[in-house]
Structures are given as structure tokens and as C-alpha cells.
Design a protein around this ligand. Structure first.
Ligand SMILES: NC(=O)c1ccc[n+]([C@@H]2O[C@H](COP(=O)([O-])OP(=O)(O)OC[C@H]3O[C@@H](n4cnc5c(N)ncnc54)[C@H](O)[C@@H]3O)[C@@H](O)[C@H]2O)c1
Ligand SMILES: N[C@@H](CCO)C(=O)O
Ligand code: NA
Length: 444
């Protein structure tokens, strides 16, 4: 059988990784896919640089390199378009055009799918082509495959994970080596982990893109990025990382999506924020650019997926697995293929994403106070009045200007009660500045 022809849009970190792994493992890949997978065309910004990358490969030079990505998308000889450019305006046009031309698409672009996934999957379904996106979530970890196929017998209850390598790398290096935020961010950029705009990583947006996609697949709902609650790590202070450790926790940037019932109505949590996790949990010990996703499902129980969430070859691993899937399934009837969002497109549910006020979780609260008699009593009274019970307290010795930190870990409560209690605590004459609030998940 003749090789299937792929056109790459982009030959950066992921594109070059994909090109090299496809070449290195071409014989294994052919044996798995049933036919060869050949890159015959590449579109890039810098054509000369791309030619060098291609000529350094073991086969090389027959690949056509162009600057116009539409030349790939509109080329009738290309069977599969592999979108590895990033961003969601140009790529939306390119992917929709590829679909309209009857081409299958493989993409690593979580931003594109979190924002325009519903439109893209609908167009692909109507045209009978596949859009595969394993590389878009947790890089090399086959989490899309696991959620969509491996766990398809289950009612999935929750998905929680470390799904941004850059921020996990920053938190780990700051804690272990005492390096400052900007030094570690620069390293993450040099290692190819960070997004083109690293504020997407730092502010939790990239994690929210990935979580939105997993939420849709786990619960059979449309992608709803606009309803996600998003907080990143830019406001985190080193002192809270230390206090958390003293209390037996680690702080991780987690993405959490979960089925919940509030006042008898079903809803779905969709949130990304720094989170205290008990130090003994496996996920608390996921370090560097590694990712981990914990899935709770009714039949199988808890399963944990761990691996490299970013970088050239780990991401290429997922891109190529999709290329192989598409090669195998291209001849199958579209209704017998795995649905894009795991559930048949006519079967998506309209369960609402819950507002953050309704979320139930535990909290770490740090209050800086003037060290006066009765301060602790005031705090505990405010929390008790709000119906919030206390799990642990850490009180430091008074430091500068007789100020001290009181750290309180609460039992589970609703976010709106905590918001009200924080407002009261901040209005006390003895409270200095703002209360630091970090959510806590026992993930048990
Ligand atoms: N880097 C990772 O570890 C990683 C992991 C998972 C997913 N992703 C996703 O993969 C995609 C690519 O990321 P990357 O890190 O490889 O980016 P990159 O910046 O290294 O590469 C982007 C490539 O796109 C090309 N490009 C940009 N604009 C173009 C245009 N207008 N026309 C033609 N070519 C153009 C560039 O020339 C370059 O070759 C993004 O969607 C990213 O979110 C990256
Ligand atoms: N910027 C992303 C790349 C992988 O999606 C990260 O750091 O996880
Ligand atoms: Na993946």
C-alpha cells in the first residue's frame, strides 16, 4: 500500500520533534499503521531554517518547504494536515479549510480546541473526517485515549491533574533550588516547555485549555472554556510554599473538573488554581515538567497517568500516535469511529458548569495580624459564625513590628462562605493587608 501523505504546519519544537521521530521509527510505524506515513510538505515562517532541519534527517530532501500554510491545506495530494503552529485565529481558518477540503487533521493545539472545538468537531463530523488531538492535553501522556476509550465503560466522577509543565517546573525549581521565578521561567522557555506567550502558562490559561477539553470528554458536554475559573501562580508567595510544607502539604497548580450536586441540581466544576495537596499523595510528588492526571471513575476507581507533558519528542509521541490512528481509521465509516468528544455528537449533555461560589473544598488561609490578645479568638469566631470548621492552625512567633502570621486549614465548605468570612477578617483592625487563600484538595 502507498504511504499516506502528511503535511506539517510548523516545524518548531513539536514539528521538528515529530519529523525526527517519524523518520527514526519509520519502519516500526509502518508495521503498526499498515502503511508508511510520509511527510511530503511543510509550511514554516523561516524556510531556510526548516530546510536545514529536514536535511539533517535520515531521508530528507524530497520534502517541499513553503511559507504559506494554505498551500499545504489546499494541496490535493495531502491526506492529513498536522497543525503545529499554535494560536487560535489563523489556525482556526487553516483547520476549517483542511476539513472543508476533506482532509483529516492532527493538532497539538489546546488553545484552538478549547475555544473553537465545538465548531471544528461539528465541521469534521459533517465532512466525515477526523480531528485528532492527543498531543494537546498532557503532551506525551495518552490521556485522551484513556478517557475516551480505555475508561469508556465508566461514569467518570472527576479528573484532576498537573497539566502545565512550565508552572510545575517553576514551582519545583523555586522550592528545591531556591531560584527566583524569572530565572526558572527563562529555563523553561529554553527547554521548549513554555507557550509562545508564557503568560498563558503562568496565569493558568494553558492548563484551563487542557482541562476544558478533558472535561468535555469525561462528562460528554460541549467544550466551555469561557466558564472555567482560572488562577495561575503569579500571585503565589514563597512563604506560603514553606508554610504548606510545614503543615504536610505541597502547593501544585491543579486543573480540577468534577461532577457535583448543589442544592439537588447536578453541575460540573471546571477550575484551575494553586492547590494544597497532602504531601503523601503521588501527585504531590510530581516534579519538574512532568504532568500527572488522576481520574476517579465508578467502576475502575482511581487511575493515575504520569509522564512528560511538554517537550519535542514526548509531544511528538502523541502527534504520531494520532497519525497512526488516523491512518488506520481513515477507511472506516465515520459513525463507527471514536467520537471526537468521546460521546456521540447527538448525545452531549447540557449539565451546567458551576459558578465558583458554589464549589465545596477545604482552604488554607494565611492572615497577617498585629500580635494582640484576642486576635485568634476573633478569627475563630468569624469562621464559626460562617459555619466553617477548622482542621489545623499554625501560629508563627511575632516578627517585624510585632506582626505574625496565622495559618488556618479549614474543613470542606462552600466558596461563598469563605469569601464572606475573608471579608470580615480583612475588616478587623488587627488584620494587616489581604488574607491569602489557597484551596486544598485531599484527592483521597
Ligand atoms: N512545546 C511543547 O512542549 C508543546 C507541547 C504540547 C503542545 N504544544 C502545542 O504545539 C503547538 C506548537 O508549539 P511549539 O512549541 O512547537 O511552537 P514553536 O513556536 O516552536 O513552533 C511554531 C512553528 O510554527 C511556524 N509558524 C508560525 N506561524 C506561522 C505561519 N503564519 N505560517 C507558517 N508557519 C508558521 C513557525 O515557523 C514554527 O516552525 C502549539 O499549539 C503548542 O501549544 C506544544
Ligand atoms: N506550555 C505547555 C506545553 C505543553 O502543552 C506546558 O508547559 O505544559
Ligand atoms: Na496527551
Amino acid at each position: 500500500m502507498k504511504p499516506i501523505k502528511a503535511g506539517l504546519l510548523g516545524l518548531g519544537t513539536v514539528g521538528a520533534g515529530t519529523y525526527h521521530v517519524l523518520q527514526r521509527n519509520q519502519e516500526e510505524i509502518r508495521r503498526r499503521a499498515g502503511r508508511g506515513i510520509e511527510v511530503s510538505m511543510v509550511a514554516v515562517r523561516n524556510v531556510e531554517r526548516a530546510r536545514k532541519i529536514i536535511n539533517s534527517g535520515i531521508v530528507g530532501s524530497e520534502v517541499e518547504v513553503v511559507a504559506d500554510p494554505f498551500a499545504v491545506v489546499n494541496n490535493p495530494d495531502i491526506d492529513i494536515v498536522v497543525e503545529l503552529i499554535g494560536g487560535y485565529d489563523l489556525t482556526r481558518e487553516l483547520v476549517l479549510q483542511a476539513i472543508a477540503n476533506g482532509k483529516h487533521v492532527v493538532t497539538a493545539n489546546k488553545a484552538l480546541l478549547a475555544l473553537h472545538g465545538n465548531e471544528i468537531f461539528e465541521a469534521a463530523q459533517a465532512k466525515g473526517v477526523m480531528v485528532a488531538f492527543e498531543a494537546a492535553v498532557a503532551g506525551g501522556i495518552p490521556i485522551i485515549k484513556a478517557l475516551r476509550e480505555g475508561l469508556s465503560a465508566n461514569r467518570i466522577e472527576s479528573v484532576a491533574g498537573i497539566i502545565n509543565g512550565t508552572t510545575n517546573f517553576i514551582l519545583s525549581e523555586m522550592r528545591d533550588k531556591g531560584l527566583d521565578f524569572n530565572t526558572v521561567l527563562k529555563q523553561a522557555q529554553e527547554l521548549g516547555y513554555a507557550e509562545a506567550d508564557p503568560t498563558f502558562d503562568i496565569e493558568g490559561v494553558d492548563a484551563a485549555h487542557k482541562l476544558t477539553i478533558m472535561s468535555a470528554i469525561a462528562f460528554g458536554i460541549p467544550v466551555q472554556f469561557g466558564s472555567a475559573h482560572i488562577e495561575g501562580i503569579s500571585q503565589l508567595q514563597a512563604v506560603d510554599l514553606r508554610y504548606a510544607e510545614q503543615l504536610g502539604y505541597r502547593i501544585k497548580l491543579l486543573g480540577i473538573t468534577r461532577r457535583t450536586t448543589v442544592d439537588g441540581k447536578e453541575g460540573i466544576e471546571l477550575r484551575v488554581h494553586p492547590t494544597l495537596v497532602p504531601g503523601a499523595r503521588l501527585i504531590a510528588n510530581v516534579e519538574g515538567a512532568m504532568n500527572a492526571v488522576l481520574v476517579q471513575a465508578d467502576a475502575v476507581g482511581a487511575t493515575l497517568y504520569y509522564g512528560k507533558g511538554a517537550g519535542a519528542e514526548p509531544t511528538a509521541s502523541a502527534v504520531i500516535a494520532d497519525l497512526i490512528d488516523v491512518t488506520r481509521l481513515a477507511t472506516a465509516d465515520p459513525y463507527s469511529r471514536v467520537p471526537h468528544l468521546a460521546f456521540q455528537p447527538t448525545e452531549l449533555a447540557d449539565v451546567p458548569i458551576l459558578p465558583m461560589d458554589e464549589i465545596r473544598t477545604s482552604y488554607y488561609l494565611r492572615v497577617t495580624v498585629q500580635d494582640q490578645l484576642g486576635v485568634m479568638a476573633d478569627l475563630t469566631r468569624i469562621l464559626a459564625d460562617a459555619g466553617i470548621s477548622i482542621d489545623a492552625v499554625l501560629q508563627k512567633e511575632p516578627g517585624e513590628k510585632a506582626r505574625t502570621d496565622i495559618v488556618i486549614i479549614t474543613h470542606q465548605t462552600r466558596e461563598k462562605y469563605v469569601n464572606a468570612a475573608i471579608a470580615k477578617i480583612e475588616s478587623l483592625a488587627t488584620t494587616v493587608g489581604k488574607v491569602v487563600r489557597i484551596r486544598l484538595e485531599s484527592l483521597g
